[in-house]
Design a protein around this ligand. Structure first.
Ligand code: SAM
Length: 455
């Protein structure tokens, strides 16, 4: 890995991501702007005062070359974005193009054992899922986590239900690690499942000891002969240890077949599901609130980091805001890298890490672009830029074509003194290019009209 642990970059994350070595990161969490059509600013007087970011997108925010890069590297991804433009808007297209070029880089930097969590909301989550399926592979989709982030939110809209959740799209590469997380047993669950109480007040449930199918060990135990899942020796040991419950031992017991006493206080809890209701969103009164707009709770990041990484692993947050991911990763003994375009964010990162985890001098602040150990591909050719400028449409027949079917044409042919300057270049589909031949653009249009291709 060519970037040191505990580095925060103040920069646009695209060039920084492009500078990070391939297959070097274990876990990525990203909480990008959601295309929520809002501009966020931290309140005056808060730790984060002065921090702001824009969350509205137009085509002018998008570099033309990115269209071509996506269409070149991932034609299916480009089509998904095009569909979003048709069904939603050009604004959505611009947002998704901004996201897609970055997701392609995240895929590249992720290890074969890595995982990625994309935090979003229903404004764009359905389009982002198509992007994630294209980039990371639909078979690597793990969960759509619904995080109940509604604390304190009032529903002022009379025409629909209030919106109370964010969505976190979780993808893991085929060999990704996963550590099961457990939810504590709720009172309701304890009441319905742990229905017995011991003499010393400990709650337990009576676990069935039947052997599965026709297997197991057949013998008589406490007057019952059947196929048990444990050996007779094990059964006798549990009996001496007081782990067996049966009416022959406690006459008033309702348990008619000897069963195993599973105590509630020994349970790790229930394996967590994909709807997270136990982690509250922050408000201005929360102890950990810095005032940074859209700050997420550390507990949320801790769950993600614990589930999908181990100590010493590298966690990357390319939209790190006020460093929630970095704080959580530091607490859990993971290595981390944060990137945020806002120069204010890094100061907040420093303050917070010093305050919350006692880290001061150890944070490395960089404003440059890291240098990748391997050779960088050619991300930006005239063809990429032209594809974006023309939004994938041929300059002759005006039909949309995949990147690979486009050819670069000299508007004024070189035989007539035309130069290689970008202003003299355009993209034509193969058919229009051969129709134009050494002719001029006006001649091409006239021919297409004569052929009935254009009106
Ligand atoms: C939703 S906030 C992230 C909040 C963060 N999860 C936290 O808990 O503080 C999105 C962040 O993305 C940053 N951002 C937006 N565009 C960016 C870009 N191109 N490169 C890096 N950071 C960017 C913004 O400055 C903002 O801090």
């Amino acid at each position: 890995m060519n970037v040191q642990n505990r580095t925060v970059f103040s920069n646009d994350n695209l060039p920084v991501l492009r500078g990070i070595d391939t297959a070097s990161v274990d876990l990525i969490y990203l909480d990008p702007p959601f295309n929520s059509n809002r501009n966020y600013a931290a309140p005056i007087g808060s730790e984060a005062a002065g921090t702001a970011f824009k969350d509205t997108w137009t085509l002018s925010d998008v570099d033309n070359a990115w269209h071509g890069e996506i269409a070149d590297r991932e034609p299916a991804l480009y089509q998904a974005i095009h569909t979003a433009e048709l069904t939603h808007s050009k604004g959505m297209k611009s947002y998704l193009i901004m996201m897609a070029v970055r997701l392609l880089e995240m895929k590249r930097v992720l290890k074969k054992t890595g995982s990625i969590y994309l935090h979003c909301d229903p404004t764009a989550s359905h389009y982002l899922k198509m992007l994630m399926d294209s980039v990371f592979g639909k078979s690597n989709f793990k969960n759509e986590v619904v995080w109940n982030s509604a604390t304190g939110v009032k529903n002022n809209v009379k025409s629909r239900f209030g919106r109370g959740h964010d969505i976190i799209l979780f993808y893991g590469m085929p060999k990704s690690k996963f550590n099961i997380q457990y939810d504590p047993l709720s009172e309701e669950y304890l009441k319905s499942h742990y229905t017995y109480t011991d003499e010393d007040g400990r709650r337990f449930r009576a676990d069935n000891l039947n052997a599965p199918g026709t297997g197991g060990h057949r013998y008589e135990f406490l007057g019952v002969t059947k196929n048990w899942r444990m050996t007779e020796e094990q059964a006798r040991q549990w009996l001496t240890e007081g782990r067996i419950v049966h009416q022959s031992i406690t006459p008033d017991s309702r348990v008619r077949i000897p069963s195993y006493k599973r105590y509630a206080d020994e349970s790790m809890g229930r394996p967590a599901l994909d709807n997270w209701t136990d982690i509250g969103a922050l408000n201005s009164q929360s102890k950990e609130s810095t005032g940074y707009p859209t700050q997420k709770p550390v507990a949320l990041l801790e769950r993600i980091i614990k589930a999908s990484s181990n100590e010493g692993d590298i966690v990357l947050d390319p939209f790190c805001g006020c460093a929630t991911t970095c704080v959580a990763a530091e607490r859990l003994q993971r290595h981390w890298i944060g990137i945020d375009i806002s120069p204010r964010a890094v100061n907040l990162v420093r303050v917070r890490l010093e305050y919350e985890v006692g880290l001061l001098g150890d944070v490395i602040h960089r404003t440059d672009i890291p240098k990748r150990s391997e050779k960088l591909p050619n991300y930006r050719t005239h063809k990429h830029t032209l594809y974006g400028e023309q939004e994938g449409l041929c300059k002759g027949c005006r039909t949309q074509f995949p990147f690979r079917n486009m050819t670069v044409d000299h508007i004024v042919p070189t035989s007539q003194g035309g130069t290689d300057h970008e202003d003299n270049l355009q993209l034509l589909c193969g058919a229009c290019n051969s129709t134009k031949g050494q002719g001029t653009q006006a001649e091409l249009i006239a021919r297409l009209k004569a052929q009935g291709v254009l009106r």
